[in-house]
Design a protein around this ligand. Structure first.
Ligand code: DAH
Length: 360
């Protein structure tokens, strides 16, 4: 057997037995690479006589082509085999049950849920959301709301003050969401229809009071808004929020510096058997303060009280959340106890909507 056919036999055998692409590449380099066995044969052609070159050249080139072709074929086979092995190795069992994800175990805090419920109800009545900062000026929290400096109504708020600055002014943690009324009137021209849910602070702590709590403020300003509209809005709100077909409400005269007249609103409830129910019974429960915006407040916010009028209300969110969902200690709301949260919390995808049922 000539050297050439021996080389051919060996090279083709090496190609056949190469069992991955890397091994095949080694065979290719050993045969056809710069220093490969076949390349070395090609290099000998230069030193041959023309006749020899003619016959040997043809044989060597034929061998080179045959090896190149065999390499190509083997490469395709190996590549396909590698792909099949990978597909087999990386199969995914789509029938495996999903592991509980954050979405399953995490819970929405009842306060957040109630805020979403409020937003859904008032958005449906055409209200938008207004916001203001937790750290407020004395001017917005009190003075512009018609609490004159030194007025005793200021003392009732148990305010957390910051240290005085050099110019003598001091900031405070807002004691109610009413300063957002002022900010809204100063920023936007009437007609206005906004609610302002948010955090509020007072130095107070017991079973139904925490130093940080939540309120939702409502404000309507236009040329003709009156107490009748206010009553209707609050009634609709209570029926929708407490998910009862009817609810009786009672407006009691009251005092707030920023409204005139002012009222506190009680809703009808039953406390029979220690359980609180709405829309029935002959007991009353106070849920909010409200009134017609005081002309001084309108003036302080750049509005002419002869041209514009309106009403406002402020309601404790924590309170109505406790009532609706039967939670009796407010302090537990803010203790971040996961056992409490997994009991009273809401599933993340249970978004409250009017169409889908607020709390179902
Ligand atoms: N800001 C009052 C409070 O925290 C609640 C309130 C009463 C708000 C009457 C109002 C209102 O807008 O008209 O006690």
């Amino acid at each position: 057997m000539s050297d050439l056919s021996q080389l051919e036999k060996e090279t083709l055998a090496a190609i056949e037995t190469a069992n991955d692409e890397a091994a095949l590449e080694n065979v290719r380099v050993a045969a056809l690479g710069k220093k490969g066995s076949i390349s070395a044969l090609v290099a000998t052609l230069g030193k041959m006589s023309p006749e020899e070159r003619k016959s040997e050249g043809a044989r060597i080139n034929a061998l080179k082509d045959k090896v190149a072709e065999a390499l190509g074929l083997r490469k395709t086979v190996l590549r396909e085999a590698a792909l099949q092995a990978r597909l087999a190795g990386e199969t995914l069992d789509v029938t495996l049950p999903a592991r509980p994800a954050a979405l399953e175990t995490g819970r929405i805090h009842p306060i957040s849920q109630v805020m979403d419920e409020l937003t859904a109800i008032f958005a449906d009545m055409g209200f938008s959301i207004a916001e203001g900062p937790d750290v407020e000026t004395d001017d917005f929290n009190f003075t512009k709301l018609n609490f004159p400096p030194g007025h005793p109504a200021r003392e009732m708020h148990d305010t957390f003050f910051f240290n005085r600055k050099e110019d003598g002014t001091r900031k405070l943690l807002r004691t109610h969401t009413s300063p957002v009324q002022v900010r809204t009137m100063l920023k936007n021209p009437p007609p206005l229809r906004v609610i302002c849910p948010g955090r509020t602070y007072r130095c107070d702590s017991d079973q139904t009071h925490t130093p940080m709590f939540h309120q939702v403020e409502g404000l309507v300003i236009d040329r003709k808004a009156h107490m009748g509209h206010l009553k209707w809005i609050l009634e609709e709100f209570c029926k929708t929020f407490f998910e009862v077909p009817n609810v009786k409400m009672r407006f009691r005269p009251s005092f707030f510096p920023f409204t005139e007249p002012s009222a506190e609103v009680d809703i009808q409830c039953s406390r029979k058997g220690g359980e609180m129910r709405f829309g029935e019974g002959d007991d009353w429960l106070e849920i909010l303060g409200c009134g017609m915006v005081h002309p001084n407040v309108l003036r302080n916010c750049g509005l002419d009280p002869d041209e514009f009028q309106g009403f406002a209300w402020g309601m404790g969110i924590d309170r109505i959340a406790m009532l609706k969902y039967g939670m009796n200690d407010l302090r537990a709301f803010f203790e971040a106890d996961v056992r409490w949260l997994s009991h009273y919390g809401f599933r993340p995808l249970d978004l409250p909507t009017l169409a889908g049922g607020l709390s179902s």
